[in-house]
Ligand binder design. Sequence first.
Ligand code: HEM
Length: 362
Amino acid sequence: MTGFAEVEKTLKFPTNTVQPRPGEHPAHIGEGPASEFYRLSMPSTDAPAHTRLRKLVAPAFQPRAVTRMRSWVEELIIAGLDELSQHDGEVDFVHDFAMKVPARIACRLLHAPMEDAGTVLQRVPALNAIFSQSDLTSEQLAEADEVAQFYFDYIGDIVDTLRGKVGDDDAVGALINAEAAGDRLSRNELVVTLVGFFIASYHTTMMAMTNVVNSTARFPDQYRLLAGDPTLAAAAWEENLRFDTPIHFLWRYAGEGLELDGTPIPQGSHLLLGLAAANRDPRRFDNPDVFDLSRPDNRHLSFTAGSHYCIGAPLSRLEGDILLRELPKRLPNLEVLEENPPRFPDLIFPTITRLTVAPQGR
Ligand code: HEM
């Protein structure tokens, strides 16, 4: 499904689910630690478990809570830009900024040691493969299992260290305390949800930060516009999410009564939703293939819609706003030197793997 209206309707349709039938999961996830990660993760959980998790998690990412994160997020992004601006030759923006800064933010969010930021998130793509809606090879599944167990142990240790030491005003503390209270969250759900925060906050942000540099550099008039008016930063981040959508596809199972364009959809149908295509639908956006900061009514589907709407959207928007206020100020001559940056061949997360740039221009 690739049209905006159909994808949005499917995401919001109340009887649609993310599981084929209650408690049932696709065969490709196997039975090891990666399958536990999939089964307990919010994006693959339906009501009532999903509603319960969502209620526990939501306060940590509400706009007020996210505003309190502003100073440390700003500090980490500015430090990353300062490091980048030291280079007067060519650098790989993915390696030298987009992997580093979101990893530091994820470590700070999860209370992980900052010295782990350079390495600990590098295996995320191997685990994310479990969310692909196609078969995995036995090697891919074995690797996903190994990586899931690694993150369970890593985050489990952090939980044990933090227990009793963090308050409810902290995203991690609120969940640890809910588990300690006994009846609202199991230990496995706690660890899986925190691993979810860790990798969701890293991978999508890494992609979106790379994409925005790739896009603005291809539309230099827009980069100049942004440099001249930092209040456009928030709009630029939204346009980036629409124009180069980080998560290309998601899935749902059709519930009772779903009709698309007058056609009844059989209950239980496995639906593949093209978020990136919907965000370029000419019936929804004028000149969809143009990166345009001044686009009116730019509501896109990059954070989806409905009950699984991205819980981290306010944090992502904060990061985008800071990055796009500071980037043109600090690197006004930034140039992308790559005509067609390579992408990881994945249906859901086609991540740009290299983006050679000249931070000070050529
Ligand atoms: C550019 C950045 C981001 C993008 C494009 C993005 C995208 C998405 C999308 C598309 C979903 C919906 C999945 C579905 O409907 O099945 C989602 C859910 C989620 N996101 Fe994000 N995300 C981003 C940043 C973040 C951040 C910073 C966090 C912080 C922890 C986060 C945490 C989550 C969580 C926990 C869910 C599950 C919500 C649920 O199933 O109820 N995301 N995200």
